[in-house]
Ligand binder design. Structure first.
Ligand code: URP
Ligand code: ZN
Ligand code: ZN
Ligand code: ZN
Length: 461
């Protein structure tokens, strides 16, 4: 089965060129000069459109247990929503519960995801119980294609790791080439501020941000960088939200340390003002780190341009307003943490191109090519080139759309971006050569997606 994507502009991180793309089976077979005669079973007209590598969302939480409930997108619904938005690979987090092993955790996440994903997927591992066994098991995880380990400086009593535990895991990372991913917020200090706010009767969702000030993200980020420096471990800061944290990352990168960071669309577009919405609406925007005052957004956009922020992931972690977010009425600290967004990352980042903040190549780089290299998937993913998987998005840069819960495909009862008007929209999505989304709907299915064992981070020096 062959497909020719004809008449479009192929955009890779390295440049944009008018070319037709020939897909054979699951792979890209050739880039062909426009108009060059090529036989194919099917032709997709991409005139006036971009042809870009499928998006890679390196940070999702499908079916994730949190605070006595579970994120509502299953691997099936979440990956279908991702496909609608032009994302053809996710890397989701397996979560080690305290007292359990990493390998049984990995088995558990395979049993949730295998056969249920509409697009390809890999796993990171959340390490919440550092001991001799789990440190040893990190090696087996790496052999099984999972070589990125998330740790938490936040959430004491749940996921929290002490500096000593982080140091030990980082030593193992240094030894194996694995990357430590860090949720960098000072959870010990935050817990005091949260307890004080509740004791004062300050219980509204906006308190979530006021008790997690940006300085405590900056401090934790600096501390993680120092621990990484001492151990020589590669470090990746997840969901960076604050200018103070970006400053720490920038300084470390300037010294040549293997430090990387992602931000998320919610930190680029939403702010503490959303958390302050009346009638408990603010709960829809509770995630950690919290949404910040608007002035942080400009810094994050700058970081994306300068490559101090390497890429953008969603941290998609959907909890319904009804019944789930509502668990925190009267006590903001009980609101499940997370914002849905897996469907909208490519479109939201495209606004950076529309507004002249990003080049079209940088848009592709931060949403596909860099995640592919950071998470050891390149050149199978993240590029339109012969031999790569035919994960291809035909993107109409002129189409208009309005984001809404009425039209999105995520399994959650609100949109964090309700009513937002965007320029640009996905036209057609191929996942390993199969058209999964086009003008007349979704043509993929659970089970098409395959597990991706990943190589080590390709940015390490
Ligand atoms: O609030 C968030 N970010 N929820 C998902 C879990 C995490 O810390 O990434
Ligand atoms: Zn986190
Ligand atoms: Zn997350
Ligand atoms: Zn169709």
């Amino acid at each position: 089965m062959s497909t020719l994507i004809r008449g479009g502009t192929v955009v890779n991180a390295t440049g944009a060129v008018a070319a037709d793309v020939l897909v054979q089976g699951e792979k890209i077979a050739a880039l062909v000069a426009p108009g060059f005669e090529v036989q194919a079973d099917t032709v997709i007209d991409a005139t006036g459109k971009y042809v870009i590598p499928g998006g890679i969302d390196g940070h999702t939480h499908m079916e994730m247990p949190f605070g006595g409930t579970s994120s509502v997108d299953t691997f099936e619904t979440g990956t279908i929503a991702a496909a609608w938005g032009g994302t053809t690979t996710i890397v989701d987090f397996a979560v080690q519960a305290k007292g359990t092993s990493l390998l049984s955790t990995l088995d558990k996440w395979h049993s949730k995801a295998d056969g249920n994903c509409a697009i390809d997927y890999g796993f990171h591992m959340i390490v919440s119980d550092v001991n001799d066994t789990s440190l040893k098991e990190m090696e087996s995880c790496i052999d099984a294609g999972v070589n990125t380990f998330k740790m938490f400086m936040a959430y004491p009593g749940v996921f929290y790791a002490t500096d000593g535990e982080i140091l030990r895991a980082m030593q193992k990372a240094r030894e194996t080439g694995a990357t430590i991913m860090m949720h960098a917020e000072n959870g010990i200090a935050i817990d005091q501020l949260v307890a004080q706010a509740i004791a004062n009767g300050d219980t509204d969702p906006v308190q979530h941000a006021l008790t997690r000030p940006p300085e405590l993200e900056g401090e934790a980020t600096s501390r993680a960088i120092a621990l990484a420096k001492v151990t020589g471990a590669p470090l990746y800061i997840v969901h960076l939200s604050a200018a103070q944290a970006l400053d720490a990352v920038t300084k470390a990168r300037d010294t040549g340390q293997n430090v990387f960071a992602e931000t998320c669309p919610q930190y680029l577009y939403l702010s503490i003002e959303d958390l302050a919405k009346p009638d408990f609406e603010g709960s829809k925007y509770v995630a950690s780190p919290p949404l910040r005052p608007k002035e942080h957004q400009g810094e994050l956009w700058r970081g994306l341009r300068t490559n101090d922020l390497s890429l953008v992931s969603t941290d998609h972690c959907p909890f319904c307003f009804k019944d789930q977010k509502e668990l925190g009425r009267g006590d903001f600290s009980k609101i499940p943490n997370g914002i849905p967004g897996v469907e909208h990352r490519i479109d939201l980042l495209h606004q950076g191109v529309v507004r002249g903040e990003l080049t079209v190549e940088r848009w592709v780089e931060i949403s596909s090519t860099t995640p592919a290299r950071m998470f050891g998937l390149y050149p199978r993913k993240g590029v339109i080139a012969p031999g790569a998987d035919a994960d291809v998005v035909v993107y109409d840069p002129m189409a208009r759309q309005t984001l809404s819960v009425e039209t999105h495909h995520m399994n959650v009862d609100y949109s964090a971006y309700e009513g937002m008007e965007l320029t640009g929209k996905v036209s057609t999505v191929l996942s390993r050569g199969k058209v999964v989304v086009d003008d007349d709907g979704f043509h993929g299915g659970a089970g098409h997606g395959r597990f991706l064992g990943r190589d080590l981070n390709q940015y390490l020096v």
